[in-house]
Design a protein around this ligand. Structure first.
Ligand code: ADP
Ligand code: MG
Length: 254
């Protein structure tokens, strides 16, 4: 069983400190929701855990099963079982969802074993079909060109399928760039509920306050101004739904 532990994490971009001491522990088998208004550092946290090179960790640590991952690059972290869906800002002409997933899977196999020839196509097709059936996805989706006119929901569908294929230990699922997209949130929560098990820990990131209508998290965390200021159970999301962020903001930023 895996554990991801984020300890007093401080992160800067250039001269600006964005994360100001984040503490968060996720165990396999747990579903966490990270909530907070726009611009508070939620996406930054997921990029930093995944190993995005633009962010500088100036303090604290990130441990996977007790070992620091700070010195690992993004590829190594992915191989170690940390998943953050690749963000493709533009469509990639001529690359289907299936091709993309097969490339991702094969590059991981080659990283583990330079002699590996990757997964034979028929075997990959069977794997992909099984995963799509599990997620109740139309098989046609695998033939679509990646992000070519994808809606927020379709981007999330590709993300969930990628997660199902790579079978990570810890998955970070951030909201779509377009922000509030109910269809996307529904697809993510259904996918997570299907894939959830004792070997997977999940952090779902959203600023949408009525998240409980979609995801039943075990733990809810609220981020304000680069820090997690409250952690609790689903009742915390209920409180937010009722009162918004104002009360919490007054309490912590006074
Ligand atoms: P959230 O996901 O909670 O909306 P972000 O993590 O995207 O917040 O952003 C947190 C803060 O960091 C914001 O003030 C944002 O402007 C700033 N920020 C994020 N990425 C960059 C970047 N690449 N360069 C400079 N500032 C950034
Ligand atoms: Mg964000």
């Amino acid at each position: 069983m895996s554990t991801l532990e984020i300890r007093d994490l401080h992160v800067s971009i250039g001269d600006t400190e964005i994360l100001k001491g984040v503490n968060l522990t996720i165990n396999a088998g747990e579903k966490h929701a990270l909530m907070g208004p726009n611009g508070t550092g939620k996406s930054t946290l997921s990029y930093v855990v995944a190993g995005h090179p633009d962010y500088e960790v100036t303090g604290g640590d990130i441990l996977l099963d007790g070992e620091s991952i700070l010195e690992m690059d993004a590829d190594e972290r992915s191989r170690a079982g940390i998943f953050l869906a690749f963000q493709y800002p533009v469509a990639i002409p001529g690359v289907s969802v299936a091709n993309f997933l097969r490339t991702a899977l094969n590059s991981r196999m080659r990283a583990e074993d330079p002699e590996s020839k990757g997964m034979p196509i028929p075997q990959f097709r069977r794997l992909l079909k099984a995963k799509m059936d599990l997620l109740k996805m139309d098989h046609k989706f695998a033939g679509r060109y990646l992000n070519d006119g994808f809606s927020g929901g379709e981007k999330k569908r590709a993300e969930i399928l990628q997660m199902a294929t790579l079978e990570p230990k810890m998955a970070f699922l951030d909201e779509t760039d377009s922000g509030l997209d109910i269809d996307a949130l529904r697809i993510v929560s259904e996918g997570v509920n299907t894939l959830m098990g004792d070997d997977l820990g999940v952090l779902v990131i959203t600023h949408y306050q009525r998240i409980l209508n979609y995801i039943q998290p075990d733990f809810v965390h609220i981020m304000l101004d680069g820090k997690i200021v409250e952690s609790g159970g689903p009742e915390l999301a209920e409180h937010l739904e009722e009162h918004g962020y104002e009360l919490i903001r007054e309490k912590h930023l006074a």
